[in-house]
Design a protein around this ligand. Structure first.
Ligand SMILES: NC(=O)c1ccc[n+]([C@@H]2O[C@H](COP(=O)([O-])OP(=O)(O)OC[C@H]3O[C@@H](n4cnc5c(N)ncnc54)[C@H](OP(=O)(O)O)[C@@H]3O)[C@@H](O)[C@H]2O)c1
Length: 330
């Protein structure tokens, strides 16, 4: 049986090309669960994979797509039955295992997560890896004692996938949110998601050379890295937590130990791809209950086809032009 897939190939001269092709089910990798995909979503990592980044995908041809939501077509493991609705985010999907930008995937049973009961497959993909990351960031902050009474939380890259969901979640959890963005026209969008203040990227500029700055926030969810992360640490209130989730500007961090040893600031990370299944289930439960942001999802999502994804959206996310979450309907 054949199915449609986005197909990234590498030419002998190293040039990366993409097309939409028909593939055979028999060519999918081994795995216990065959899934018919209903929705997928676009994450920053997918754009890297689709443009030949060998740090993400070592071998081409390849189908990217680190997120997928659909229906079990066939399972060789009793954990899942045919017709059950499931989601897969991360692990090796879309990296070196053919991913969710296709009508079918076959994956190991250990990667398959039952669909949260009160969310639809589409809602799960609006949240996707980006939302799981943002929610895990908040969960980890609160595990270290962060609470709304400590003061505002900064979200960087706030109109992006992780950023948009982080703003909505923090607001839902009762935090004052300072949304930092490079998009001059995004203020209404970010305020609708729950931001109390919207600031330009220059808000996080600092050339003072000082190791510590007057405290301005109680914590942050950062998707940017580099200089911005250093400033977030330097101006964080005592005992606040900064969560690093992304590296869109830089994977480097130059800082001092003063925020940690004088102000008791914590710097923690989220790596959602390899998160154990029990943690995922716990975070999805929170997203169904106290962190339920269903009412904000329509503003966050743009739904497109596989053809539109290939034509327009991959370069746009790499250029930092993305707003919210892009969901692909198969
Ligand atoms: N740790 C994990 O498990 C995990 C999971 C998902 C994603 N990530 C990482 O998180 C980052 C964001 O992913 P995403 O899916 O949210 O991407 P995204 O939708 O493209 O969002 C990134 C946002 O960052 C801002 N930005 C872009 N380039 C910038 C630059 N040079 N300097 C400052 N800001 C810039 C833009 O927002 P504004 O215009 O609003 O500033 C952009 O929309 C990526 O590095 C991704 O790999 C990590």
């Amino acid at each position: 049986m054949s199915f449609k897939a986005l197909w990234i190939t590498e030419k002998p001269d190293g040039k990366i090309e993409r097309s939409i092709v028909q593939r055979e089910l028999g060519d999918l990798p081994a795995g216990e669960v065959l899934i018919k995909i209903k929705y997928s979503s676009l994450n920053y990592k997918d754009a890297l994979s689709a443009t030949g980044n060998k740090g993400i995908t070592k071998k081409y041809p390849h189908t990217p797509g680190i997120d997928a939501a659909g229906v079990v077509e066939m399972s060789r493991d009793a954990t899942f039955a045919a017709d059950e609705e499931v989601i897969i985010t991360g692990f090796d999907l879309g990296m070196n295992t053919h991913g969710g930008f296709a009508e079918y995937i076959r994956v190991p049973v250990a990667w398959v997560c039952p669909k949260p009961r009160t969310l639809t497959l589409r809602e799960c993909m609006i949240i996707g890896t980006a939302g799981l990351t943002a929610a895990t960031a908040l969960y980890k902050m609160e595990a270290l004692g962060q609470h709304p009474g400590m003061g505002p939380i900064v979200v960087t890259g706030s109109t992006g996938g992780v950023g948009s969901i982080a703003v909505a979640l923090l607001a839902k959890a009762g935090y004052e949110v300072i949304a930092v963005t490079g998009k001059a026209t995004a203020s209404d969008y970010l305020k609708h998601l729950g931001a109390t203040r919207v600031e330009p990227r220059e808000f996080l500029d600092d050339n003072s050379g000082k190791a510590l700055l007057k405290s301005k926030w109680a914590g942050a969810i950062d998707t940017i890295g580099g200089h911005c992360l250093n400033v977030l640490l330097k101006a964080c209130n005592r005992e606040g937590t900064i969560v690093t989730t992304g590296i869109v500007a830089s994977h480097a961090l130059t800082t001092t130990l003063y925020p940690f040893i004088l102000n008791g600031v914590s710097l923690i990370g989220v790596g959602s791809a390899e998160m154990p299944m029990k943690n995922r289930l716990l975070i999805w439960k929170k997203l169904e209950e106290e962190w339920n942001i269903k009412e904000k999802l329509p503003a966050i999502v743009k739904e497109i086809t596989l053809e539109e994804l290939s034509a327009n959206f991959i370069e746009s996310i790499l250029e930092g032009k993305n707003m919210g979450r892009v969901v692909i309907k198969m």
